[in-house]
Design a protein around this ligand. Structure first.
Ligand code: PYC
Length: 323
């Protein structure tokens, strides 16, 4: 019987399952190299940890690995029910809050190597602070995290896509994953409309593929964002992820892509706070800095640990590695 300990958190409703140690050797090299080995030689680890019957389509995994970059404290590979993510904003917030719960990080800056570059997380001190004499521990842990992401940019502007005779438009942008960002869909972005939103976003994605519309260097656009207005924030969004589950959080990489488009359109200035609300009502705060040609987004949110346990893999079980 194999045993894989895990710690689950959620960030604005979107879960992250943290595995602190790979149960196999991923060799040396960058986190991108380790991802390649994971994909090639151990993909059943991903399905074992996340897929039904023990997991669900909405879970995102975070596997901690040794970073190659000496300025980083941690390396991480994010994965989901159908594959691997370049970066994951809600997942990084979940990872850092989980490490705070475990007592492995303190408030301050924590550099993390991902397959697509280094991100800089800031774990904020508890607010209000602990009463004098009390120590940070598992009962109370800091859980508000800002993630300074890799550079984000808009790749294509106002691209038409036709679904069932209805033409909508969207930008294609990178925020650590590839996104199609659409405003003129005319749909209600609320919890009562999840089925229709999912169906429509999936059809948009299919049309992007059918029409050869891609990110840079032919990269597949595997996330679709449908935006709407809300009285609670600057914008509300429904985000469809690659495995056909919707993001319960406002999507950190999706918000990064959005910020890059807003900045490119002159609708967001450096340092201005943008509040992005998810379809379930959770909010990330975002802003951009500019470094030469690069737009660097920062996303802030909170994560909550919610379960810890041990995955048991019985070799006799026909679904031991997931469905
Ligand atoms: O927060 O970046 C994100 C994310 C990507 C997929 C699910 N969440």
């Amino acid at each position: 019987m194999k045993r894989i300990p895990f710690l689950d958190s959620h960030t604005g409703g979107e879960p992250t399952r943290l595995i602190e140690t790979p149960p196999f050797d991923l060799g040396t090299g960058s986190v991108a190299d380790k991802l390649s080995r994971l994909k090639k030689d151990h993909d059943d680890f991903r399905t074992t940890v996340l897929n039904e019957p023990r997991g669900s389509d909405v879970l995102v995994g975070a596997l901690l690995v040794e970073p190659a970059d000496p300025t980083c404290q941690f390396g991480v590979v994010f994965f989901n029910n159908v594959g691997y993510l370049g970066m994951c904003g809600h997942g990084t917030i979940g990872l850092i809050a989980s490490l705070a719960y475990l007592g492995k990080v303190q408030p301050g800056v924590i550099r993390v190597e991902t397959p697509v570059g280094v991100v800089e997380a800031t774990l904020h001190p508890l607010n209000p602070p602990l009463p004098a004499g009390e120590e940070l521990g598992v009962r109370v842990y800091p859980n508000r995290v800002s993630v300074k992401n890799i550079p984000a940019y808009r790749h294509l502007t106002h691209i038409p896509v036709t679904v069932d005779g209805k033409t909508v438009h969207g930008d294609v942008a990178w925020g650590g994953n590839w996104f199609f960002l659409c405003h003129d869909h005319g749909m209600d972005v609320n919890m009562g409309n999840l089925e229709a939103l999912t169906e429509f976003a999936w059809r948009v994605r299919e049309q992007l593929t059918a029409n050869g519309i891609t990110g840079a260097n032919g990269a597949e656009i595997d996330h679709v964002e449908l935006f709407a207005s809300t009285p609670d924030a600057d914008s509300k969004s429904f985000v469809l992820c690659p495995g056909n589950a919707y993001d319960r959080s406002p999507c950190g990489t999706g918000t990064s892509a959005k910020l890059a488009c807003l900045y490119a359109d002159g609708k967001l200035s450096v340092g201005q706070i943008w509040k992005q609300q998810s379809v379930v009502g959770s909010i990330f705060e975002g802003s951009v800095q500019v470094d030469g040609e690069n737009i660097i987004p920062t996303i802030t949110g909170e994560a909550w640990v919610m379960a810890e346990g041990v995955i048991l893999v019985d070799e006799r079980d026909p679904f031991a590695n997931g469905i």
